[in-house]
Design a protein around this ligand. Structure first.
Ligand SMILES: Cc1ncc(COP(=O)(O)O)c(C=O)c1O
Length: 338
């Protein structure tokens, strides 16, 4: 039995999701007439109380389209040092938007109003880039799946309003946060100028992310998507998986979180594990001693049938997901515990 904890992106579509995909009505999305793509965009926009949405191939694409659309060359993006848009999107902020970055180091990747104030440039100083955009991530991957609450975000939005900054959310795992807090999606629609949500992570779709925002913003993002070669045709096959997932795979994320906590309890008994970040959602990050390189430990686990990723020199990440069962967790315990 292989235990695949590398990411929540490793899932296979369920039989019911495949059924929804293969029975979806299709059209040509570049021409705007794929009914299933249109339905997925309308569904997501309505869910968050936002005007419009754009179905894209990946979370990198939705984030980068947002940054490209919000920023002009010479603008500055404020995002935490640990954020995905900075760490894992190929330097896209500079490539796609010709923008610079300010990188505060928050607690587990969380920005605060104070950190944003400290990283603002004066708009009247011609030596400096122009602070334009703040990007938050929720949940925070590198922070071990920790999350913001709506009041924390509202305080950040207040600073953005004070200084005329735009607020974008990388919500690749937003639903993991929402099932924990019980907060409504509409609150997010009110606080952010744009939101990216991923369907291919905890929600279990094979492909897909949605960018949400005002109609004019989405129209411009659609232009840039085409320019990047991201216009697609009978994409309703994929959008149908997204609709199915939004209807059926959100509430069950709590199960993934419970399994992550159970894995944390197992890891507490593993001699090589020095410490574990608090487990808030479906991500478990643990620290090894300086004498054990994470890459070596990951290879050692692979020989036992446990797949995971090194997350720094001495850090390892496990992620729970739709295809991970209680049997996998029991087997993990049997393999790891003396
Ligand atoms: C927090 C976060 N944002 C964005 C992305 C990008 O998503 P994609 O892999 O679909 O480009 C990821 C991917 O793991 C992520 O973890």
């Amino acid at each position: 039995m292989l235990i695949d904890l590398r990411s929540d992106t490793v899932t296979q579509p369920t039989p019911a999701m495949r059924e929804a995909m293969f029975s979806a009505p299709l059209g040509d999305d570049v021409l705007g007439d794929d009914p299933t793509v249109n339905a997925s965009e309308a569904k997501a926009a309505t869910m968050f109380g936002m005007e419009a949405a754009l179905f894209c191939a990946s979370g990198t694409m939705t984030n980068q389209l947002a940054i490209r659309t919000h920023c002009r060359p010479g603008d500055d993006v404020i995002c935490d040092y640990l954020s995905h848009v900075y760490q894992y999107e190929g330097g896209g902020i500079s490539v796609n938007a010709l923008a610079s970055v300010s990188l505060p180091k928050g607690e587990r990747g969380k920005l605060t109003p104070e950190l944003i104030r400290e990283n603002l440039y004066s708009p009247t100083d011609p030596h400096k880039p122009l602070s334009r955009l703040v990007v938050l991530e929720n949940t925070i991957n590198k922070g071990g799946g920790c999350y913001y609450t709506v009041p924390e975000i509202a305080a950040i939005r207040q600073v953005c309003d004070e200084y005329g900054l735009i607020l974008h959310l990388d919500g690749a795992r937003l639903f993991n946060a929402l099932v924990e807090t019980g907060e409504p999606t509409e609150a997010y629609g009110q606080l952010f100028h744009s939101i990216s949500i991923c369907l291919s992570k905890g929600l279990g779709c094979p492909v897909g992310s949605l960018l949400l925002g005002e109609t004019a913003f989405i129209r411009q993002a659609r232009r840039y998507r085409k320019l990047m070669g991201g216009g697609w045709r009978q994409a309703g096959f994929l959008a149908a998986a997204g609709i199915y997932a939004l209807d059926h795979h959100v509430d069950r994320l709590k199960i993934d979180h419970a399994r992550a906590r159970k894995i944390g309890q197992i890891l507490e008994q593993v001699p090589e594990v020095e410490s574990i970040l608090p487990i808030d959602t479906n991500i478990v990050i643990f620290q090894l001693p300086e004498t054990i390189p994470a890459a070596d430990y990951v290879s050692q686990l692979e020989t036992k049938g446990i797949r995971c990723v090194a997350f720094g020199k001495h850090q390892v990440r496990f992620v729970t997901h739709l295809d991970l069962t209680d049997e996998h967790v029991d087997r993990l315990a049997a393999l790891l515990l003396p």
